[in-house]
Design a binder for this molecule. Sequence first.
Ligand SMILES: *[C@@H]1O[C@H](CO)[C@@H](O)[C@H](O)[C@H]1NC(C)=O
Ligand SMILES: *[C@@H]1O[C@H](CO)[C@@H](O)[C@H](O)[C@H]1NC(C)=O
Ligand SMILES: *[C@@H]1O[C@H](CO)[C@@H](O)[C@H](O)[C@H]1NC(C)=O
Ligand SMILES: *[C@@H]1O[C@H](CO)[C@@H](O)[C@H](O)[C@H]1NC(C)=O
Ligand SMILES: *[C@@H]1O[C@H](CO)[C@@H](O)[C@H](O)[C@H]1NC(C)=O
Ligand SMILES: *[C@@H]1O[C@H](CO)[C@@H](O)[C@H](O)[C@H]1NC(C)=O
Ligand SMILES: *[C@@H]1O[C@H](CO)[C@@H](O)[C@H](O)[C@H]1NC(C)=O
Length: 443
Amino acid sequence: MNISTRLLLAIIAAAFTPFAHSSVASEPRRAGMHQYDIMGSGFQIKARGNAHLEIQINNTHGADLNAYVSGIDPGTGKAVLLRSDTWQWHVLDPGDSQYTDIPQQIKPDIKLAINVPNQKQISFTLPGFLESGRIWLAEGELMFNTTTKGLLVEPTVANPSLPEYNIKWGFLELSNLENEGIHVNLSFVDWVSLTIGMALTSTNSTGAPDTQNVKGITPESLNDICSEMEAQSRTDSHAEWGRMCVRSQDNTILRVVSPNFYAHLDAGKNSMNDYYSSYVQKVWTKYKDVDLRINTQGAEDGEDLPVAGNGAQSICRVNEDFLKCNGTGDPQFAKPSTTDIWGCTGPFGNETSLVQKRLAARLCAAFARSTLLLEGGEVQPYGDESKYYSENVTNHYSRILHQHLIDGKGYSFPYDDVNPVGQNAAGLLTAAEPKLLQVTVSA
Ligand SMILES: *[C@@H]1O[C@H](CO)[C@@H](O)[C@H](O)[C@H]1NC(C)=O
Ligand SMILES: *[C@@H]1O[C@H](CO)[C@@H](O)[C@H](O)[C@H]1NC(C)=O
Ligand SMILES: *[C@@H]1O[C@H](CO)[C@@H](O)[C@H](O)[C@H]1NC(C)=O
Ligand SMILES: *[C@@H]1O[C@H](CO)[C@@H](O)[C@H](O)[C@H]1NC(C)=O
Ligand SMILES: *[C@@H]1O[C@H](CO)[C@@H](O)[C@H](O)[C@H]1NC(C)=O
Ligand SMILES: *[C@@H]1O[C@H](CO)[C@@H](O)[C@H](O)[C@H]1NC(C)=O
Ligand SMILES: *[C@@H]1O[C@H](CO)[C@@H](O)[C@H](O)[C@H]1NC(C)=O
């Protein structure tokens, strides 16, 4: 084990009580939920949906994998997990007498792991619609627990004493609903580990089959991502970038966690707590005298406009410590802290009105990508993707990760779906009538 991993393990062990895990792991996930509001893209699916979505998993990873499917049954609101013996849902029932207040592993006689042998492809069909779902992929076993309230306790990489800490694993997030169709994404908001890609085949509005792809990180790039994070530590002397790269005891790279995830693990001992302070101060000084123009990319009344990007422009200036903008409810933003920027929380989580919410998403993206002080940064969303992350103070995890994402697509922070019209940095796939979701795990 190298020194940085040992330190990280010690920090995590010190910082965590067993019951804190699930909240940490799930907090940054609100990301894509804002999709329809943010994009203002006229997302108007009139769907019949497809309850029996076919899923194929193709494993060229070089080792056997286990897959799992979890989520909420929208019909009952109960948490469900796919059984790999019957291909029906295992339903978590509130008050099930076998469970105590302490999270317990789901009974071992309920077979959840779907074995995907190396160099093989397997396929199965979902038994029904699924909300807030995940397809989990792991080099070994993941442990799913439940509480008496019938809540699912998801696996987490926040606790080194759990078996899943020491293996490589990742997931896709999906919702597949009758009225909305499917939304599926690869999320790197928490970490990047296995090389996972996806292709969604659906019937489009003309009735023709249509396949969309998001390919994930380039094969075998995890080691490079890790090396570049370590190189960033040498460049700016923040050891944390390198420590976000987590290794197993035999020195295998397991995953690279995001600065947001890391900040939660390392709270209190993180030398990067003030990382963005000087940048935020410069932004505050600049926009005392200059207008910051933010396109809300949607109508203020909540109706999406027919053409994305034609939304009202809000004009913002710093006044008495707040960035004050015009629009319904006079949206204003306090100075964000570094962790507010990593996780798009604090002033960026203050969703008092639709305009405020849209401005918050665009502002958080502008801070994460450090585009506010660039030439032309007075107009947001910033138009030149090639200049994202080009300042010294920026989210270097997002910078490095996007360089290794095929087509640059994937969520690296919660509002990575903020883009000028015609661009898509996030890689969310949607379809009204999905037929087939193909998942590939490569080396
Ligand atoms: C991904 O999609 C799911 C389902 O629509 C959504 O709940 C989640 O917030 C999204 N996550 C990210 C990081 O976009
Ligand atoms: C699985 O993926 C590999 C690599 O992309 C590809 O060559 C192979 O055809 C795929 N297998 C199937 C059954 O689609
Ligand atoms: C899940 O339950 C097992 C045993 O029932 C326990 O050892 C483990 O710590 C639990 N995991 C979580 C995340 O609560
Ligand atoms: C539907 O899919 C076909 C085949 O991929 C494609 O040629 C056509 O442009 C698509 N139409 C729409 C409206 O997306
Ligand atoms: C802000 O004010 C400008 C100029 O008066 C106006 O054009 C714009 O629509 C306003 N923005 C919002 C969101 O109301
Ligand atoms: C939330 O936003 C409203 C409207 O801009 C503002 O008045 C309020 O001060 C904000 N609250 C916090 C806690 O920032
Ligand atoms: C950015 O970082 C580089 C490398 O450490 C340094 O040479 C340069 O002066 C920095 N630029 C600014 C504006 O601080």
